[in-house]
Design a protein around this ligand. Structure first.
Ligand SMILES: C[S@@+](CC[C@H](N)C(=O)[O-])C[C@H]1O[C@@H](n2cnc3c(N)ncnc32)[C@H](O)[C@@H]1O
Length: 445
């Protein structure tokens, strides 16, 4: 595998490495810790070069954390303190996966160890472990290549995936973590996509979804200024793509920010009401709508308490979830999520589903999706919903439906819902669960 371009300019150095350490600590401390840390004034005060080096280093480290920790564990007789472990991780990510000269990776890590009382006594140990890995590599036994799939993600999560999908699938899912994800774009129209496909070095994944192999700032890419596409993972675009043409349909998008699906609904011809309870995230929908040149009725509101008696042809519930399916781009979800988070979020989804059901017109559809790989946030949720709501039935999707909308046929389950697994597409995709629930046409109001 080629190393991503994280080459270091000589002036970036130590500050960026210290910032990377702060990022990985924040990422492991709590969910959203990484996002908060990159928005922190101390991080923003760094130069652009330092920020991007620190960010790239931290994300790579989080992507390889399981593998790196396995290498560290095997070389330690006695576990030192967390600060020492973090320094070893930082040294090894540079040695294994970044364009940093080996001597710089070792010497900067040892130098960082000199900074605090907690790490100073371990300078020799750090030096010895990093050099030991380099020696093994020189002897053709690089412990940082060839990953053991079972060690890439936290064991509790790997065990869950194994139970839910089987061992081979769980291994395939974990291995996706080692690939640098490409950027997927959703287009307003298929002709816009055809026109820009070459300039964007794109591969068509669905009638209006392109996978671009470009890297760097998307604002510099062809078509961004024109407002004809937006960034959206192929899996995230599937729930709305499955609905086809929505001309003359009314839709309420209950958890809408940052608005990828809202934009798709508008592109498909629907009249859209979009809600999100977060003021900051709602602002992002507003900005996205303005750039793409679309309009929707926006509300800052809680989807459960939103006081509105209208009934809609389609109710979209892209529910808040553990987001374990997004680990390719957000590897921090793997290390910050705890089993208890899943149970808590499943409760929220249960309540949101019940209140969403009330907003569906007779004969209309409730589309439920989450970017989680956990059954409690997908399959279990829908089965329980169908037991509680006898006036709804599952719209069974077929492998042909899936293929027509660019979803891998393997994602269609016999029950009729879609379970998109990250390794079902070459180059990977987000994990997603999608169910279409149709309300009976005859039930009274
Ligand atoms: C998975 S994201 C939605 C992604 C979005 N549908 C898209 O395609 O761009 C979930 C969103 O739900 C919002 N949210 C969480 N709980 C909510 C609630 N009770 N009511 C409304 N929005 C909520 C969060 O602020 C977050 O923006």
């Amino acid at each position: 595998m080629s190393k991503p371009d994280t080459s270091e300019s000589p002036d970036i150095g130590m500050k960026a490495r210290i910032a990377a350490l702060d990022l990985i600590r924040a990422a492991q401390a709590k969910r959203s810790g990484f996002d908060e840390a990159v928005a922190n004034p101390a991080f923003l005060a760094l130069s652009e070069g330092e920020r991007s080096f620190a960010r790239a280093m931290a994300l790579l480290l989080l992507r390889r954390l399981g593998q790196i920790d396995h290498v560290i564990d095997k070389r330690l007789k006695k576990e030192p303190n967390d600060e020492v472990i973090d320094l070893l991780r930082l040294g090894l990510v540079q040695i294994g996966y970044m364009n940093v000269p080996d001597f710089a990776a070792v010497s900067t890590t040892v130098k960082l160890a000199e900074r605090t009382n907690a790490t100073r006594p371990y300078k020799g140990l750090i030096n010895a472990i990093l050099r030991g890995v380099l020696r093994d590599r020189a002897a053709g036994r690089d412990p940082l290549t060839k990953p053991d799939a079972t060690k890439l993600v936290p064991d509790w999560l790997f065990q869950r995936w194994k139970i839910a999908y089987g061992e081979d699938e769980a291994r395939g899912m974990a291995l996706v973590l080692t690939e640098e994800p490409a950027t997927d774009l959703s287009f307003k129209t298929a002709p816009d996509m055809a026109r820009l496909q070459e300039a964007l070095q794109g591969e068509a994944l669905a009638p209006s979804v392109l996978r671009s192999s470009l890297r760097g700032d998307v604002r510099d890419w062809a078509g961004y200024g024109e407002g004809v596409w937006w960034v959206q993972d192929a899996s995230a675009s599937t729930p709305v793509n499955l609905l086809g043409d929505l001309t003359d349909k009314t839709v309420i998008d209950l958890c809408a920010a940052p608005g990828g699906k809202t934009l798709q609904l508008l592109a498909a011809g629907a009249t859209v009401v979009a809600l999100d309870r977060s003021k900051n995230r709602l602002k992002r929908i507003d900005e996205n709508l303005a750039r793409i040149g679309y309009q929707a009725e926006l509300h800052m509101a809680d989807a459960e308490g939103f006081d509105d008696s209208r009934k809609f042809d389609i109710v979209l519930l892209d529910a808040p979830c553990s987001a374990t399916g997004t680990y390719r781009r957000q590897p921090d979800v793997l290390w910050a999520t705890r089993p208890a988070d899943i149970a808590k979020l499943a409760d929220v989804q249960h309540r949101l589903l019940d209140s969403a059901a009330d907003r569906v017109a007779n004969g209309g559809e409730l589309v439920y999706c989450t970017c989680s790989l956990e059954r409690e946030e997908g399959e279990t949720q829908v089965l329980a919903f169908l037991r509680r709501h006898k006036d709804f039935e599952l719209v069974k999707m077929t492998p042909e439906d899936a293929a027509a909308h660019g979803a891998p046929a393997a994602s269609v389950r016999p029950e009729g819902w879609l379970r998109l697994l990250p390794h079902q597409r070459s180059g990977g995709q987000d994990g997603f669960f999608i169910a279409r629930l149709k309300r009976s046409p005859s039930r009274q109001g």
